[in-house]
Design a protein around this ligand. Structure first.
Ligand code: HEC
Length: 176
């Protein structure tokens, strides 16, 4: 009788665990889905910025590391970064982060940030050219002038994200 109760107990516990395990969604590694938007509704630069903002806080995972306004410590605060960096620099920073490394000047001796800026157009983040344009326009909007036109955003093949029609000379990136 005692043995039977033990067996019953084990069976109940095991089925409870397998039930819980089945409820956990499985991680399937699929290529990242492109950000959805309605092309009809992309009329102005701020429409592009808005899509970029969604990517910044979503698919781009930027907000996992970066703050806008408060100094978090592990990664640069991006408040007013658009004032300092132009389009080419932003493009390079996010696609070849090893080329320019921003130092943490809040330290007694400027130091590297403890985290590392990922290459955002390669997996796992894997933003496509259009998403890159949108996220760059959002970064520009942080204290700077947005230079990405809705027409470029809608036909990204024609204008790679780093090309800059009517761009000024690249400005020296501080802390590079
Ligand atoms: C894993 C953390 C992490 C993620 C995710 C991340 N970054 Fe960064 N980012 C950093 C670090 C660390 C630096 C500073 C070192 C450097 O410049 O390489 C940096 C630097 C930058 C800079 C230059 C800042 C300056 O003041 O010069 C920009 C712009 C930037 N990131 C944008 C982005 C965008 C846009 C995304 C999302 C698509 C993103 N980052 C995602 C960690 C991250």
């Amino acid at each position: 009788m005692y043995l039977l109760r033990v067996i019953l107990f084990v069976v109940v516990v095991l089925s409870a665990f397998s039930y819980i395990a089945l409820q956990i969604p499985q991680e399937v590694s699929m290529p990242p889905k492109p950000e959805k938007f309605d092309p009809q509704k992309v009329q102005t630069k701020s429409d592009v910025v808005e899509i970029g903002q969604k990517i910044f806080f979503g698919k781009g995972q930027c907000a996992l590391c970066h703050t806008i306004g408060t100094d978090g410590g592990r990664c640069p605060n991006l408040e007013r970064v658009g004032m300092r960096l132009n389009r080419e620099f932003i493009y390079e920073t996010v696609t070849q982060p090893q080329a320019y490394v921003k130092l943490d000047f809040d330290q007694v001796e400027p130091k590297k940030f403890p985290a590392q800026m990922p290459v955002i157009n390669k997996p796992p983040i894997g933003l496509n050219e259009q998403e890159l344009l949108a996220v760059i326009s959002f970064v520009q909007s942080l204290g700077g002038k947005v230079t990405i036109e809705p027409s470029e955003f809608l036909a990204p093949g024609a204008s790679p994200a780093q090309a800059g029609a009517g761009q000024e000379e690249p400005v020296q990136k501080q802390g590079a």
